[in-house]
Design a protein. Structure first.
Length: 260
């Protein structure tokens, strides 16, 4: 079965989407079959991977159909990006989807039902790019996952919400998903400043066993805005961002091999 990873944080702008996209790219460069799932109505991941609106289902329809017990041809929801990473786009319908999800008798496990379908077994990794909330949609992603990755900004606000997020993972672990583990805290937007370095040091020492050794440099010219403008490719391993994420992808494979 595919290994499923939710990229989560209750803080916006920390790099959930940039990390999901680039980790997907890094794992693909290492020869893995990867599916990225956009779970944010803002559709940034979809746009980054080249999504152009078509008539096929988005993740919103998959959820609506699962709640209504309608059959869905999951294959039609999977799009292929130029890079070889496959993805399922989102839509604005996700905004209020939790009110529909709450009607399901197994409302905690809707995404799990969907992504446990055998059609998804062809992937080695499925990555969920979660929205900036801790609501039923995001807890569904965590219930469908084996691991979470928590990106943090390497600045004075790095600790904001981190304990709460870790607490949320352990409460899910004690209730709805016993196998859920923190794969890593990912230090993003690292700058060559004293504050950035000391925050990184302190997170690494406070959360030693769960912080990725590789941090992601702050490179404003290389993130998704540049990618959307097609100035660079998201999967460009020559950029410092791409290289950092390749190392993170290697760490992920090592960590998972050590756990399993
Ligand atoms: N390493 C980085 N260097 C420079 N800009 C970054 C980096 N990571 C993220 N960003 C920028 O920060 C903003 C938020 O990133 P995003 O991945 O959309 O965060 P989230 O999904 O957590 O809200 C975006 O404009 C993105 O381009
Ligand atoms: Mg995002």
């Amino acid at each position: 079965m595919a290994i499923k990873i939710s990229v989560v944080s209750e803080k916006g702008g920390v790099g959930k989407t940039v990390s999901t996209t680039n980790i997907a790219g890094g794992l693909a460069r290492l020869g893995k079959k990867v599916l990225a799932v956009d779970l944010d109505q803002q559709q940034n991941l979809s746009a980054t991977l080249g999504f152009v609106k078509d008539g096929n289902p988005t993740v919103s329809e998959l959820i609506y159909n699962a709640v209504a017990d309608f059959e869905t041809d999951y294959q039609t929801a999977i799009r292929h990006s130029e890079s070889g990473v496959d993805y399922i786009p989102s839509s604005t319908m996700l905004t209020n989807i939790t009110s529909t999800m709450a009607n399901d008798t197994e409302s905690n496990y809707i995404l799990k039902r969907i992504f446990d379908n055998e059609i998804f077994n062809r992937y080695d990794y499925i990555l969920f790019d979660c929205r900036t909330l801790l609501d039923l949609l995001v807890s569904n992603a965590m219930n469908a996952s084996d691991y979470v990755i928590i990106p943090v900004e390497s600045g004075i606000y790095a600790y904001d919400g981190l304990e709460k997020m870790i607490g949320k993972v352990s409460s899910i672990n004690n209730s709805t998903n016993r196998k859920l583990r923190i794969l890593g805290i990912l230090l993003n937007k690292q700058q060559r400043t004293n504050i950035s370095a000391s925050v990184a040091e302190s997170i690494k020492s406070d959360y030693e066993s769960i912080t990725f050794k590789t941090g992601i440099p702050y490179c404003p010219a290389q993130t998704e805005q540049a990618i959307i403008r097609k100035e660079i490719s998201v999967f460009d391993n020559r950029s410092s961002l791409g290289q950092a994420y390749s190392k993170v992808a290697e760490e992920i494979l090592t960590k998972i091999n050590n756990v399993q």
